[in-house]
Write a protein of this length. Structure first.
Length: 269
């Protein structure tokens, strides 16, 4: 079984770009992990990517589309890494909606995974003297990237003096969310075509959401779609309503339905 690479470099570049389009989040760490959620009995091995504050689980290292994901932004605590009878290393993430049990190939790998997870969720590199200098260096690099990502989202919301839509906690938001108006979203897409062509933003009523896209057909075409919050799900107002469990799934829906021609807008810093 392969060990996590020193830096995130998925083998075929095509797969890397496809995953980037679908998730819309920066890749911080990757490798094999065995996963068991609270409702499951057995561990299952996944190729796992830590993107932003979300763990994406792939059935295969070369699969372009994830099969499961877990938002760990609401991490409350993590247990110490401990060995099991087979020599693997386990630790448990305690989340607001339950627990996620993870198992790495060995103790060093488990400590590294836990270190990166704590870095992005707590915005602080863990003070663990047993981590190697190279590992700490990469965690500090990831920390700076995640801080910049949060700052971009935070700064984009400051000009607007209005109530945020429900469940708009910063860490749970897709990276292409910007607290801007319809006109501001239009201008962002027109001025920065290389950054992507899909923005998730607050709706005009400040209670729901909207998607603004800039299609590249014979000529650029701007469209806006309503996304209604239903408490536990989100409804895309199309000719036939589409109901999805999260805003990230809403973004992924537009990307996959257009076969990647729509890409989440990520403002470069």
């Amino acid at each position: 079984r392969e060990q996590p690479e020193e830096t995130p470099q998925p083998a075929p570049r095509r797969i890397f770009h496809e995953r980037q389009r679908i998730t819309g989040l920066p890749l911080y760490f990757q490798g094999y992990l065995s996963v068991r959620q609270s409702r499951c009995q057995e561990f299952r091995v996944y190729w796992t990517e830590l993107r932003g504050t979300v763990l994406f689980f792939y059935d295969d290292k070369k699969a372009p589309v994830y099969s499961q994901k877990s938002d760990i932004s609401a991490l409350t605590s993590a247990t110490n890494v401990y060995p099991d009878e087979n020599g693997s290393a386990r630790f448990v993430l305690m989340l607001s909606n339950g627990e996620l049990q993870l198992k790495a190939d060995d103790f060093e790998c488990g400590k590294e995974w836990k270190g990166f997870i704590l870095t992005v969720t707590k915005l602080s590199v863990p003070a663990d003297e047993s981590l190697l200098p190279g590992q700490l260096t990469r965690m500090h690099e990831v920390l700076e990237k995640e801080k910049k990502r949060r700052i971009v989202l935070n700064c984009s919301s400051e000009p607007l003096n209005r109530e945020s839509p429900p469940s708009s906690t910063l860490t749970a938001m897709p990276a292409c969310f910007y607290a801007v108006s319809r006109q501001e979203a239009t201008e962002m897409l027109e001025r920065n075509p290389s950054c992507g062509n899909l923005i998730l933003r607050p709706g005009s009523d400040s209670k729901n959401y909207a998607i603004t896209v800039r299609h590249k057909l014979d000529a650029p075409c701007l469209k806006h779609y309503k996304v209604m919050s239903n408490g536990t799900s989100y409804i895309i107002q199309l000719e036939r309503q589409v109901i999805l469990p999260s805003l990230q799934d809403v973004v992924s829906y537009f990307v996959t339905e257009t076969q990647g021609s729509l890409k989440p807008f990520i403002l470069q810093t």
